[in-house]
Design a protein around this ligand. Structure first.
Ligand SMILES: NC(=O)c1ccc[n+]([C@@H]2O[C@H](COP(=O)([O-])OP(=O)(O)OC[C@H]3O[C@@H](n4cnc5c(N)ncnc54)[C@H](O)[C@@H]3O)[C@@H](O)[C@H]2O)c1
Length: 256
C-alpha cells in the first residue's frame, strides 16, 4: 500500500465516512487536512489525533463558500507546500419526490453535493497542475445508479458527480487521476438520520436492511476508508474516470 507520507485533504472529515478516512489516512502516516462545518468536533479530533502522534490539522470550511474553500487550499499549501490527494466527501441528504422539494432543499443538496465539488476542484486543479501530479477521490453513491424512492434530488446530485468524474479524467490527462467511490449502506449519522419517519425502531430497521445485503451486514466507515486509501494510492494508478462500487453486493441482486 503506497498511501503514506502524502498530503491529503478530506472534506466532511469529522463524521461518518469522512471521519473514518481522516483517522485511517493519518494512521497510515499521511498528513491529513480535514475540513467540515463541525467546528467543535473538528477541534476535538485534531487534539486527539495530535496526542496520538498524527499530523492532522482541522480547517473549518463550508464547501459551498468559495472564499472558505480557497482558504482551505491556501492553508494546506502554506503548511505542507503541496497537496497530493483530495477526498471530496462532504455531503448532504434530504428525502423527497420532485413535487416535494423547496428551493432550500435544492440549494442544500446541489450546493453541498455538486457545487461544493466544483468549487474545490476549481481551487485545487491549478495546484495539482503546477505539481504535475494529483489524485482526486469523490464520494458518490449507489444512489447515482438506483432510483431510490423519494430521493430524486439526492440521486440526481450523485449522478451528476459520475459525469464530473469522467470529465476530470478527459480534461487533465496524465496529470490528475480522478476516481469515484459509491458506498451503499454505511452505518453513519447520515444513514441513521434517514431512518427517521419510519415506524420501526432505528436499530431494527437497520438490522433488517443488513439482512438483505448480500454480505449480510451494513458497511462501516472503515470499510470505505480502506478502499479509499487504495484508490488514492499509486497502486490504483490505472483506475481513472470511473467509480468503484462499495455496496456489499446490493447492485448484484435481481430486481424482483
Ligand atoms: N452513509 C451512507 O450510507 C452513504 C452512502 C452513499 C454515499 N454516502 C456519501 O458519503 C458522504 C459522507 O456521508 P456520511 O454518511 O459519512 O454522512 P455524515 O452526515 O456522517 O457526514 C457528512 C459530513 O459532511 C459535512 N458537511 C455537510 N455539509 C457540509 C458543508 N456545507 N461544508 C463542509 N462540510 C459539510 C458534515 O459536517 C459531516 O462531516 C456523503 O457525500 C454521502 O452522500 C453515504
Amino acid at each position: 500500500m503506497s498511501l503514506t507520507d502524502k498530503v491529503i485533504i478530506v472534506t466532511g472529515g469529522t463524521s461518518g465516512i469522512g471521519e473514518g478516512c481522516t483517522r485511517h489516512f493519518a494512521e497510515l502516516g499521511n498528513k491529513v487536512v480535514f475540513a467540515s462545518i463541525q467546528a467543535d468536533k473538528g477541534a476535538e479530533m485534531q487534539q486527539e489525533l495530535h496526542a496520538a502522534g498524527h499530523d492532522a490539522p482541522f480547517v473549518e470550511t463550508d464547501v459551498t463558500d468559495d472564499a472558505g474553500v480557497a482558504n482551505l487550499v491556501k492553508e494546506s499549501l502554506a503548511t505542507y507546500g503541496r497537496i497530493d490527494c483530495l477526498m471530496r466527501n462532504a455531503g448532504a441528504w434530504r428525502e423527497g419526490k420532485v413535487t416535494d422539494f423547496s428551493d432550500d432543499d435544492y440549494n442544500l443538496i446541489f450546493g453541498v453535493n455538486v457545487r461544493g465539488n466544483f468549487l474545490l476542484l476549481k481551487h485545487i486543479v491549478p495546484v495539482m497542475e503546477q505539481q504535475g501530479k494529483g489524485t482526486i477521490l469523490i464520494t458518490s453513491s449507489v444512489a447515482a445508479f438506483i432510483g431510490f424512492p423519494a430521493h430524486a434530488l439526492y440521486c440526481a446530485s450523485k449522478a451528476s458527480l459520475e459525469a464530473l468524474i469522467r470529465c476530470m479524467a478527459t480534461d487533465y490527462p496524465g496529470v490528475i487521476r480522478t476516481v469515484g467511490i459509491c458506498p451503499g449502506t454505511i452505518d453513519t449519522p447520515m444513514l441513521r438520520a434517514s431512518c427517521a419517519g419510519w415506524d420501526i425502531p432505528e436499530d431494527e430497521l437497520l438490522a433488517d436492511v443488513a439482512k438483505k445485503v448480500p454480505v449480510r451486514r451494513l458497511g462501516s466507515p472503515e470499510d470505505v476508508a480502506k478502499a479509499a486509501a487504495f484508490l488514492l494510492s499509486d497502486d490504483a494508478g490505472y483506475i481513472n474516470g470511473s467509480s468503484i462500487m462499495m455496496e456489499g453486493g446490493t447492485l448484484a441482486l435481481p430486481p424482483w
